[in-house]
Design a protein around this ligand. Structure first.
Ligand SMILES: [Cu+2]
Length: 510
């Protein structure tokens, strides 16, 4: 589709030279990251956690599938009923030492939750952690009091039932993770995150074999424990993590030559922007956060997946047998402060086997209709600001929304159920921030940089949009359920450290 590439280019932010910022802090941190370290711009990739003993963390193993959370509704497919345990487990990650992880159902990432449009969901969280947590159903239109807000903590040692319906039209790739006040970043870093897929009865791509790739990060300290966030992490986000796919380090995904697959990719890292590219291949974009596009967009060479975003890509493997092609996250400088991990990183290897070539797969020219939300009747102005406020966690520079620190007891924006609103989100800071609104999928209308406004080249449902420095993202937002919703930067260290606010969605005035 014409114009897509220019818009992708438009996402590239202007270079602001702030390399003197935080200079000197990097060296002390590097030694604490097992097998990683912050590198200069060499383009090389680190590949190992030295002395790693967990088979999953040894590069080159087959891409594992995640366990699936079992539906205990006794054959009644109109209901999804399950228990989800959050607990702390000792796991052998590093030679000679156990690493303490927080996990859903004793697995990290946690189990895949597979739902169907129209289902009623009842999931009991059994919180066996020593601290409060919540489960946030990222991207799903669940009632505000069922969405794991920081205002609704589930105390340590207690259980809590989340209950919601899955509306028609929500088929897509989502994820669930904790959202407790001040502790989202640490709980996700310790392993609490997992995918959720909603399926539709009339999925136009049901004939295409599917692969889920849930990407997380890991960094260990000298004692083989999950490294605590340091001053740099609290400033630019936790960019130093090594990438894992379905919990595995640099796994190999083997397919028959010429095989066509639908990849659902989730960026569940705290702060790593994944500019994905597959060696020797182009791919077809078919879906974003909230599900399928109107029609496939072919021949893309890269796709920038910001923290918390999801993408559905159709990949047709090379027809030659015994080939190896790296899926890479290309260098993407998000912070311009010189301390992030600005290098190409390998994610996994696509390997073609010596099996007989796979049969070709035809994609439908149309996927599903996406209607514009229509004319907006209200306007909301949001700014990302940079200040020396809110440095309590050791941040050297912090980021705020509308110049204010997060306050759980304050309403920042008042909205109305069913009203279409134009949100103008302007980034006045020197780094990119992925902006997330709870409770609904929204539509990106345009991006404005200086005097140049670029309309979005295709309509899509998203719940997270990347806003580079100096840019304004204009969104159409319509909430369908009442209640207080969070909106925030999805760099988790920014979210925990004040870059969050509340929109109160109220019933329309009579
Ligand atoms: Cu941010």
């Amino acid at each position: 589709m014409k114009g897509v590439r220019s818009t992708l280019r438009h996402l590239r932010a202007p270079l602001v030279d702030r390399r003197t910022f935080l200079r000197g802090l990097g060296a002390g941190v590097a030694g604490l990251v097992v097998g990683c370290g912050r590198q200069s711009d060499g383009g090389e990739t680190t590949t190992s956690l030295p002395e790693a003993v967990s088979p999953q963390l040894v590069p080159g193993q087959p891409l594992p599938a995640l366990p699936i959370l079992r539906n205990e509704s006794a054959g009644d497919v109109s209901h999804f009923v399950a228990t989800l345990v959050a607990s702390r487990d000792d796991v052998a990650v590093h030679a000679g030492r156990m690493t303490s992880l927080a996990r859903y159902d004793h697995h990290s990432p946690g189990p895949l939750i597979e739902l169907v449009e129209g289902q009623h969901v009842r999931i009991e969280l059994d919180n066996r952690l020593a601290q409060a947590t919540t489960v946030h159903w990222h991207g799903l239109p669940v009632p505000a009091d069922q969405d794991g807000n920081p205002m609704d903590p589930v105390a340590a040692g207690t259980k809590h039932v989340y209950e919601f319906d899955v509306p028609a039209g929500t088929a897509g790739t989502y994820w669930y993770h904790p959202h407790p006040h001040d502790a989202t970043a640490s709980q996700v870093a310790e392993g609490l995150a997992a995918p959720l897929v909603v399926r539709a009865a009339d999925d136009p791509l049901a004939h295409v074999p599917e692969v889920l790739m849930f990407i997380t990060g890991i960094a260990l300290d000298a004692n083989a424990q999950i490294a605590a966030d340091d001053a740099i992490d609290w400033t630019i986000g936790r960019q130093r993590d090594l990438l894992l796919v379905n919990g595995a380090r640099l796994p190999v995904h083997a397919v028959a030559p010429g095989a066509t697959q639908r990849w659902r990719i989730v960026n569940a890292t705290a702060a790593i922007h994944l500019k994905l590219a597959l060696e020797g291949h182009t791919f077809t974009l078919v879906g974003t956060d909230g599900g399928l596009l109107g029609e496939p967009i072919e021949d893309l060479t890269e796709f920038l997946l910001a923290p918390a975003q999801r993408v559905e890509l159709i990949v047709k493997a090379n027809a030659a047998p015994n080939g190896r092609y790296r899926l890479r996250a290309l260098r993407y400088a998000t912070d311009f402060m010189g301390v992030g991990t600005y290098v190409d990183q390998d994610v996994l290897t696509l390997a073609t086997t010596n099996a007989l070539p796979a049969a070709p797969v035809t994609l439908p020219p149309k996927l599903r209709p996406i209607a514009d939300l229509g004319p907006a009747t209200a306007r909301v102005d949001i700014s990302f600001d940079e200040a020396d406020l809110c440095t309590s966690k050791g941040a050297k520079r912090t980021f705020l929304i509308n110049g204010r620190m997060f306050d759980m007891n304050r309403v920042d924006v008042v909205s109305e159920v069913g009203r279409v609103e134009l949100w103008n989100v302007v980034n006045n800071t020197t780094m990119s921030h992925p902006f997330h609104i709870h409770g609904t999928q929204f539509q990106l209308v345009s991006r404005t940089f200086g005097t140049e406004t670029t309309a979005t080249p295709y309509l899509a449902w998203v719940d997270t949009v990347l806003v580079p420095p100096g840019q304004t993202a204009t969104l159409k937002v319509k909430q369908t359920l009442p209640g207080k919703r969070m909106f925030h930067c999805h760099i988790l260290q920014h979210e925990d450290n004040c870059m969050m606010a509340i929109v109160d969605v109220r019933a329309p005035a009579a």
